[in-house]
Ligand binder design. Structure first.
Ligand code: FES
Length: 135
C-alpha cells in the first residue's frame, strides 16, 4: 500500500511541475506582450516622429505573433520571423485575403523542414479576429 501511495504522490508532484511550467510560459508570453506594448507606448509618446511604425501597427504585429503561438504556426528561429514579417507586410496591403492568397504570399518563406499549413492557419485566424474586431 505504501508503494502505491508514493507512486501517486510522485505522479501528482510531476504533473504539478508540468502544469506550473505551462502556466508560467503562458503568463510570460502575455507579460512580454504587455510590456512590449507599454514600452513602445512610452517612447512613442516621448517622440512620435522618430518611430517608423505607428502604435496601432505595433499592437497588431504583437497580436499576429500571438496568433502564431495560439495556432502552433511557428517553425525554426530562422523561418518564423520571416514568415511573420512577410505576413505583416502582406496584411497591411490586403484587408480580407483568402487562404490561397495567404499561402501564395508566404510561399517565399517555405522550407522543406516543416508543415506550413499551421502558418497559413495562424494568419487566417488573425484575419478572422481582425475582421471581428472591426465589425
Ligand atoms: S523550419 Fe526553418 S529552415 Fe526549415
Amino acid at each position: 500500500m505504501k508503494k502505491y501511495l508514493s507512486f501517486f504522490r510522485l505522479r501528482f508532484a510531476m504533473g504539478l511541475q508540468y502544469r506550473t511550467a505551462a502556466l508560467a510560459g503562458i503568463i510570460t508570453q502575455f507579460a512580454w506582450g504587455f510590456m512590449e506594448i507599454m514600452i513602445f507606448h512610452a517612447f512613442y509618446r516621448a517622440d512620435a516622429a522618430s518611430f517608423p511604425m505607428h502604435f496601432s501597427a505595433t499592437a497588431s504585429y504583437i497580436w499576429l505573433q500571438q496568433a502564431f503561438l495560439d495556432n502552433c504556426g511557428y517553425q525554426c528561429g530562422f523561418c518564423t520571423p520571416g514568415i511573420i514579417m512577410t505576413a505583416k507586410a502582406f496584411l497591411e496591403e490586403h484587408e480580407n485575403p483568402t487562404e490561397e492568397e495567404v499561402r501564395e504570399a508566404l510561399a517565399g518563406n517555405y522550407c522543406r523542414c516543416g508543415t506550413h499549413y499551421t502558418a497559413v492557419e495562424s494568419v487566417m485566424a488573425y484575419v478572422q479576429k481582425r475582421k471581428e474586431e472591426r465589425q
